[in-house]
Design a protein around this ligand. Structure first.
Ligand code: SF4
Ligand code: SF4
Length: 176
């Protein structure tokens, strides 16, 4: 036997519901109130209504997760030990690391290649959370640049080793 589709009960419609005039006027009043409030804020010089980005930088919260960077050891080599904890934690499966023997018994491995596919990255920060060495951070306060194709969409080890947050210009200042 065929099952009948369930009919949803939205209640009884009044005549005013059926001609929609009152609802349209209510909607227009909400729009008008937003317009008046925005005009008043504009006259007071309050910012934040429309940001003229990218000509004028938008204010960014200190907790915002920006482009990734790889941290340095004092000798300038990557702090990363190629343990792959970040690749395991990454929900987008967009990190790829090629490891090699470092020749140092304390370090064991280091990354020969470390790539992040930015088109797949969801900027969740789980790679940063998973890292046992504080070797990767997302505190650069930078947006990835727009691009259609090419290396800009893959963050490689060279890019991330020199991707410093604002106020940090030298590698020596990136060790902390
Ligand atoms: S921020 Fe998230 S999605 Fe992006 S590389 Fe890290 S873990 Fe993967
Ligand atoms: S960045 Fe951290 S978690 Fe990822 S491979 Fe390097 S040491 Fe391991």
């Amino acid at each position: 036997m065929a099952t009948k589709a369930k009919t949803l009960d939205y209640g009884k419609k009044t005549i005013w519901d059926r001609i929609y005039v009152v609802e349209i006027i209510k909607g227009m009043m909400i729009t008008l109130s937003h317009l008046v409030r925005n005009m008043a804020n504009l006259r007071k010089g309050k910012v934040g209504i429309t940001y003229q980005w990218p000509e004028i930088p938008m204010p960014i919260d200190a907790l915002w997760k920006g482009e990734h960077r790889l941290m340095h050891r004092e000798d300038g080599t990557p702090r990363c030990v190629a343990c792959n904890c970040c690749t395991t934690a990454c929900p987008a499966d967009c990190i790829s690391i090629v490891a090699s023997d470092s020749g140092d018994d304390e370090v064991e491995k280091y990354p020969v290649a470390f790539d992040i596919d930015i088109l797949q990255c969801v900027f969740c920060g789980l790679c940063v959370e998973a890292c046992p060495c504080d070797a990767i951070r997302m505190d650069t306060m930078k947006f990835p640049e727009a691009a259609y194709e090419g290396p800009k969409l893959i963050f490689d080890i060279d890019y991330m080793m020199s991707n410093h947050p604002p106020g940090v210009s030298k590698i020596s200042e990136a060790i902390y």
